[in-house]
Design a protein around this ligand. Sequence first.
Ligand SMILES: Nc1ncnc2c1ncn2[C@@H]1O[C@H](COP(=O)(O)OP(=O)(O)OP(=O)(O)O)[C@@H](O)[C@H]1O
Ligand SMILES: [Mg+2]
Length: 420
Amino acid sequence: MSLAPARACGVDFGTSNSTVGWLRPGAPTLLALEAGKATLPSAVFFNADEDSTCFGRAALDEYLEGYEGRLMRALKSLLGSSLIDGHTEVLGRALPFRQLLASFIAQLKLRAETQAGRPFDTAVFGRPVHFVDDNTDADRKAQDTLEDIARQAGFNEISFEFEPIGAALHYEASLDHEELVLVADIGGGTADFSLVRLSPQRARSEDRREDLLGNAGVHIGGTDFDRALSLECVMPLLGYRGKMKNGAEIPSSIFFQLATWHTINSAYSRQVSADLQHIYRDAAARTELDRLSRLVARREGHWLALQVEQAKIDLSTAAEAVMTLDRLESGLTHVIGTDAFTAATRALVGRVAETVSTLLDQAGIARDEVDTVYFTGGASGVPQLRTRIAAELPLARAVEGDLYGSIGAGLAVQAMRRYG
Ligand SMILES: Nc1ncnc2c1ncn2[C@@H]1O[C@H](COP(=O)(O)OP(=O)(O)OP(=O)(O)O)[C@@H](O)[C@H]1O
Ligand SMILES: [Mg+2]
């Protein structure tokens, strides 16, 4: 490795968490972005009480403290969705989503520069293998949009690398021999895979095309697990799948909005309030809808989504998760067991496993040739996912990498290679 610090940085703009890596001798690669931590949660809070904007953990904290305002999370999910060209209403003003993303990326840049003590004009940005499944044009458009936004945020020279390749380069730096590795990066929004030959010798070569046996990705990540868990196990407490007096099911769109991180704010529109009043009048039972009305009136959708996410994380290591849902109804608690979680997420786990299986088939690699599965990304903590992927490759050794840092660190390696 060169002794001079790299000219460019690596930016892992994640659905849930973001990092910035910068390769320089004798210092950790990831820059501290918030309170000494390398990750900045991809969240923005517009505080109406104080007419201020904050980012990351501070954004989540201010929202949870009960300030009036608007919380935005899972901003990256807007890329590749038709929402990206629209806007949201923030403190009485129309804020284009592109500008919202640009302000978050500008914040990443500013914090990285402050920490590094120098400006960054050039960056390698990570990108999922697919921003959009099965649609090359829309996928291309999503990358172009991210590039425009990065420019708007002040970067001049931008290139892209697949997120799992970032993780592969990071893992390779720790190897003293050759391995055929399946990198599994399961984040908040996407599950991305690369099948690569890694070794210290290969790391020195300029052109790695021969070492890359294939990439695959699917638009499933931790936020989809939150959504599935919410719909199956929590939204019924608020009236989802309940009945109207005429026997029809209560219209479900509000439950989908509340269960999906990047659409929670849509549940606070005037139209939805009007719809809710009609539903309330004609519903067969009201206990659940009282909870729903309270949640929407107090704009506590993100609070509920955070409780669901925490339950999911608890279920990674415990047989059950106990949710305290006081804000829905005084004294309300709700227990979710592993079986319910497994049932709610079975289809998602199946689609992720299928993506791996197709990748191996397309690369023409036999199941027993893969030496290692390298897991990274927060959602790789879900045991059902790890077990299913490991079952595809019974002989491979499972390595659990740094769940949050390996992409940003690997993108910094790539930035040094590309830009010196
Ligand atoms: N122990 C855990 N068990 C299960 N899920 C977890 C655990 N810890 C974190 N997660 C989930 O991991 C996800 C965040 O992972 P990560 O920070 O890797 O995503 P990201 O890089 O922001 O997303 P992406 O790469 O898809 O854009 C969240 O959905 C979070 O709830
Ligand atoms: Mg990620």
